[in-house]
Design a protein around this ligand. Structure first.
Ligand SMILES: NC(=O)C1=CN([C@@H]2O[C@H](COP(=O)(O)OP(=O)(O)OC[C@H]3O[C@@H](n4cnc5c(N)ncnc54)[C@H](OP(=O)(O)O)[C@@H]3O)[C@@H](O)[C@H]2O)C=CC1
Ligand SMILES: CC(=O)N[C@@H](CCC(=O)OP(=O)(O)O)C(=O)O
Length: 345
């Protein structure tokens, strides 16, 4: 359950964002720019980026008059002064690029908050199958700590590399983790989840063009989030992702078939784990909508027991709770701040 840490260091932090021009990176820049404990903020894109040396407000006009920072080009592995002096580095890069950075960044004093999936899985053998590449830093997988912000344990306190969870796994795991005591009673679990198109990132591709958008499933049971959800839930689920024709948000509809279902009262008790949480709202009988959570760092969960089937709807903003604001929660907790500090409610 959520870690309540005592305040440790309330000094201004030097912060670096690598991959700052992407969808997740830009959300993070917005949050960090307004954070009271962020001092120096340095933004990087790739060395060969078309956006190199532009100001981020040129890409995102909503930053005009608010965030006056350039996007600097950075070759992978080059340790600049900003990196050497950083207290925190956020990697908003692809899985492969995050992995390539491990050797250099792990030598620095900064804590790394990696938004990619490069360090989320427990063993290297899963990477070729689910990510399509051999993991270059297999020993690091045991050191990285999974940053599902409401479910951190004491390992988080000493970790220097935080693997911020994926967007679909965040929506799924916040619903599934309270049920762990009943896992042995579960027969099977199916997760149907629909994501907005920003989940695919900012780079141009045919499937994300407006004219192509529809509502369609993909990678049934073989998506890279399948092993992530299973490992951190302790279940063997069937994960069925879908791409929707909207911009932001994920709605995961989770159906759990029990051999012997817990009672309504038992379910209420386990879901009460979020009672004090500022960011996770859970209620029996509710049907959360994306409109309730888009542009907010909250997760809304509604549950319904129908005989031996428990149906749980879980809604998040993929770019916030599914990426940037969850990373900010981890940053806050490392500093001893309340996890929701600076997170849009
Ligand atoms: N979008 C989402 O909903 C979520 C995304 N994530 C993860 O967050 C990460 C970023 O995702 P997203 O923002 O969608 O991706 P984008 O494609 O929108 O952004 C990627 C960013 O990385 C930069 N970049 C690419 N190569 C390098 C490099 N070698 N060095 C430095 N910067 C580089 C890009 O800029 P340029 O190419 O111009 O250099 C861009 O700023 C991914 O790992 C993704 O899986 C996690 C949860 C949710
Ligand atoms: C709609 C869409 O394409 N979503 C992406 C997942 C989002 C993401 O960026 O993946 P991580 O959470 O692992 O970082 C996908 O299915 O590949």
């Amino acid at each position: 359950m959520e870690r309540k840490q005592s305040a440790k260091k309330y000094s201004l932090q030097n912060v670096v964002v690598i991959g700052a021009s992407g969808y997740a990176g830009a959300e993070l820049v917005s949050l960090l720019n307004d954070h009271r404990l962020v001092g120096e903020l340095t933004l990087y894109v790739s060395e060969q980026s078309h956006d190199r040396d532009k100001f981020i407000a040129q890409l995102y006009p909503r930053f005009k008059g608010r965030v006056d920072l350039p996007l600097l080009g950075l070759p992978v592995g080059t340790v600049t002064d900003a990196l050497a002096n950083a207290d925190a580095v956020f990697l908003c890069t692809s899985h492969e690029v995050s992995c390539q950075w491990y050797a250099q960044l792990s030598q620095l004093t900064a804590t790394v908050f990696d938004l990619s999936g490069g360090f989320r899985l427990p063993t290297a053998d899963l990477y070729p199958r689910f990510y399509g590449f051999e993991h270059p830093a297999t020993e690091a997988l045991a050191k990285a700590v999974y940053g599902l912000a409401e479910w951190l344990d004491e390992e988080f306190d000493n970790a220097r590399w935080i693997a911020v969870p994926g967007c679909y796994p965040t929506a799924s795991l916040l619903a599934l983790k309270p049920l762990a005591v009943f896992n042995h009673q579960i027969n099977h679990t199916v997760i149907n989840a629909v994501s907005g198109v920003t989940g695919a990132g900012r780079s141009v591709s045919l499937k994300t063009q407006a004219a192509e958008l529809s509502l369609q499933g993909y990678k049934a049971g073989v998506h890279r989030h399948q092993p992530e959800i299973d490992y951190y839930s302790g279940l063997n689920t069937l994960f069925l992702p879908h791409l929707g024709d909207f911009k932001r948000g994920i709605l995961a509809t989770i159906t759990i078939y029990f051999n012997e279902a817990p009672s309504q009262a038992q379910l209420k008790t386990v879901f009460d784990v979020y009672q004090a949480s500022a960011l996770v709202h859970i209620a029996e009988g509710e049907y959360p909508a994306l409109n309730d959570v888009v542009n907010s760092g909250r997760c809304h969960i509604g549950w319904h027991l129908n005989g031996n089937a428990l149906v749980i709807f879980s809604a998040i903003d993929n770019l916030l709770k599914g990426a940037a604001s969850q990373a900010l929660q981890c940053f806050n907790l490392k500093l001893g701040l309340p996890s929701e500090e600076g997170v849009p409610l």
